[in-house]
Design a protein around this ligand. Structure first.
Ligand code: NAP
Length: 313
């Protein structure tokens, strides 16, 4: 078995323009990617509608996951008009990305209750131009929210109406464990997972073995400097560098870090779905190549033992 790759659409319509995004989605589809992950808040609120254009005519051949819980930001008109200019500036000077991120309007996460779930799902279906999603995920829901009676009733209605084929908890390990223990309605768990945040491994012992849960992982490379951290570790830790060399990793430290992080994601989620942002054609190609050659999970774990995980996971 192996992990499926899912296309993560968090940057669709924000960092990546609609036209470039549509081209990247089609490129991934042609390469065999059939799982697309989106949310109302992604792409500064643009991602679902752009993905909807792509889905039209392909709906029966792919799986869609959208979410409910985080509201799209509402950027002011001047900010919306400036979006293409900012995008062009960032493509020319990627170093400015951190600064722009700080000024991006924050998406709001109001308390999750039943009143948000079904109307939220209907609005997403409209933007996605479909009558159902394969997975509806509770986006960054808390352990308290995933067990609320009204939330459970709303997700049951979403399932019985056929508008959602499965329900996911896309949040912390604590929320996943609480929800799965409270209700059989949850069939999917979505978590960050990489050598610094090994949440898939941490959550595994707490999930009941008799439930057939689909596990979806993300934050393979991480937006917050994880590749650079692993690159620095490889440069400065001779034991880690030797373990990677013994396992056949070659090239510069950064190339090894990227290859290992992809391999870690696939090995740690065998049988599940690994979400990746792959708007760059080279990234799609590189990730498909890594998935194709699946390193032995025991080797991946042995190397991970040399990478100190972040404390708060
Ligand atoms: N709570 C949640 O449920 C949650 C949270 C976070 C993320 N997600 C989902 O997961 C998706 C992925 O997000 P992420 O944060 O995990 O992003 P990621 O896949 O770790 O990607 C981060 C960055 O790495 C780049 N990249 C991809 N493959 C690469 C490679 N082989 N070499 C070098 N760089 C590479 C991507 O560039 P390009 O895109 O330009 O190619 C992107 O800029 C999101 O889009 C979203 O759908 C869900």
């Amino acid at each position: 078995m192996t992990a499926d790759i899912g296309f993560g659409c968090a940057s669709l319509g924000s960092r990546v323009s609609g036209s470039d995004g549509l081209a990247a989605l089609a490129r991934a589809y042609d390469a065999g990617i059939r799982w697309y992950d989106v949310a109302p808040s992604y792409g500064d609120g643009q991602a679902e509608a752009i993905l909807g254009q792509f889905v039209a005519g392909r709906r029966d051949t792919l799986s869609l996951c959208t979410k409910v819980g985080i509201l799209p930001p509402s950027p002011s008109l001047p900010k919306r008009l400036l979006r293409p200019v900012v995008r062009a500036a960032l493509n020319a000077a990627p170093g400015l990305r951190q600064m722009v991120r700080r000024h991006r309007p924050a998406a709001a996460k109001p308390p999750l209750d039943a009143a948000r779930i079904l109307p939220g799902l209907d609005a997403s279906l409209k933007r996605l131009r479909t009558d159902h999603v394969d997975v509806l995920a509770l986006h960054e829901a808390t352990p308290q929210e995933v067990v609320r009676d009204d939330v459970l009733r709303a997700i049951e209605t979403a399932l019985t109406s056929g508008k959602a084929r499965a329900i996911s908890i896309a949040s912390s390990p604590d929320a996943a464990v609480a929800g799965i223990a409270a209700s059989p309605l949850y069939g999917v768990v979505q978590l960050a997972n990489n050598p610094f945040l090994p949440m898939r491994e941490r959550v595994a012992p707490a999930l009941p073995a008799h439930r057939s849960l689909r596990i979806v992982t993300h934050t393979v490379f991480g937006a917050s400097g994880m590749v650079e951290r692993l690159t620095a570790l490889i440069r400065h830790d001779a034991v880690l560098a030797a373990a990677l060399a013994d396992a056949g990793y070659a090239g510069g430290a950064r190339d090894q870090a990227l290859a290992y992080m992809a391999d870690y994601a696939f090995a740690a989620n065998d049988g599940g779905v690994v979400l990746m942002s792959m708007f760059g054609a080279g990234h799609l190609e590189a990730n498909l190549a890594r998935r194709g050659h699946m390193v032995d999970p025991a080797t991946i774990r042995a190397i991970a033992a040399h990478i100190p995980p972040d404390a708060a996971t």
